[in-house]
Design a protein around this ligand. Structure first.
Ligand code: SF4
Length: 287
């Protein structure tokens, strides 16, 4: 039914996944292992129809649909509009359609195109910002710089999408920790997304970053340094009504709140943990 591996954000756990493309058209980020084993390709209309027919036999009443794989917005706008119409007809109970969105795809589309796509039913976008630092973005080969990332996020919001942004804690390594924390806070604050998720860097063997670590070019943060970085990042956030979550399996500490309303409390809790001398991180590591 699906070309594996298949990924979706944690908050789409109950959504029906429709695989419209396979892989990621960028597929270069050094920390990312998600689609390394997949050649990017667009599925044909016939393949999508066959896929939907099969899915419908199990999940006819789906209310939430997530469009996979990595970046459905790379499709031509007329194709996306056609696809959204088709999905709404096939799943009449659908209340929310969402997808990942690469910054490059958002930048390539005009504001009018994005507004039309949103009005046609694509409601929520997930954008991996990863870092706000130009140096980190460049080292990790994300394909955009700080300014472009900020513009992409702002453009999505202006077009009416609900936007969820992710930052990867520890992505600056020891050398760029401070810069990663401060600049990431700057970019997230400038975008002011509806949702902000903080994940922690977990390095898989398949990623290029694993080679960088073996060659001594990148140094992972210790759990206490991750905590310090989180504190700096939160302290520098200037957000309005942003739902914040750091409750991914990768996080050492589970956090949740509304930023900036809960900023002081969140920072206070992290500092208390830092100073307690008995901080035991929730562990999930592969390297
Ligand atoms: S992080 Fe996103 S853009 Fe980068 S390679 Fe992975 S899926 Fe593609």
């Amino acid at each position: 039914m699906y070309s594996m591996p298949l990924y979706r954000p944690p908050s789409e756990a109950r959504s029906l996944i429709i695989q419209v493309t396979e892989g990621c058209s960028h597929n270069k980020c050094r920390f990312c292992y998600m689609y390394k084993c997949k050649q990017f390709r667009l599925k044909s209309k016939e393949e999508i129809m066959e896929h939907v027919k099969e899915l419908k036999s199990y999940y006819r009443d789906a209310e939430r649909i997530f469009l996979a794989d990595g970046n459905v917005l790379c499709l031509k706008t007329e194709k996306i509009l056609e696809l959204l119409d088709y999905i709404k007809k096939e799943f009449p109970n659908v209340k929310r359609i969402s997808s990942y969105s690469g910054p490059l795809d958002l930048l390539r589309k005009t504001e009018e195109e994005l507004t039309t796509i949103h009005e046609a039913g694509l409601e929520l976008l997930y954008m991996g910002v990863e870092s706000g630092s130009d140096n980190v973005l460049s080292l990790m080969e994300k394909g955009v710089n700080q300014t472009e990332m900020t513009l992409a996020g702002q453009k999505a919001i202006k077009a009416g999408f609900k936007l969820s942004c992710m930052i990867i804690s520890g992505l600056g390594g020891k050398e760029l920790m401070q810069e990663h924390a401060v600049e990431s806070a700057k970019v997230i604050s400038a975008i002011n997304p509806h949702y902000f998720s903080l994940l922690r860097l977990v390095v898989e063997e398949e990623s290029e970053l694993a080679d960088d670590i073996r060659q001594g070019k990148f140094h992972l943060l210790t759990p206490l340094e991750v905590l310090d970085e989180n504190i700096i990042m939160l302290e520098n956030m200037e957000l309005e009504d942003c739902i914040f979550r750091a409750n991914h399996v990768s996080n050492h500490v589970n956090q949740a709140g509304i930023l900036n309303k809960d900023k002081e409390e969140l920072v206070k809790r992290l500092k208390k943990l830092r100073e307690s001398g008995n901080f035991i991180p929730l562990e999930y590591d592969t390297l």
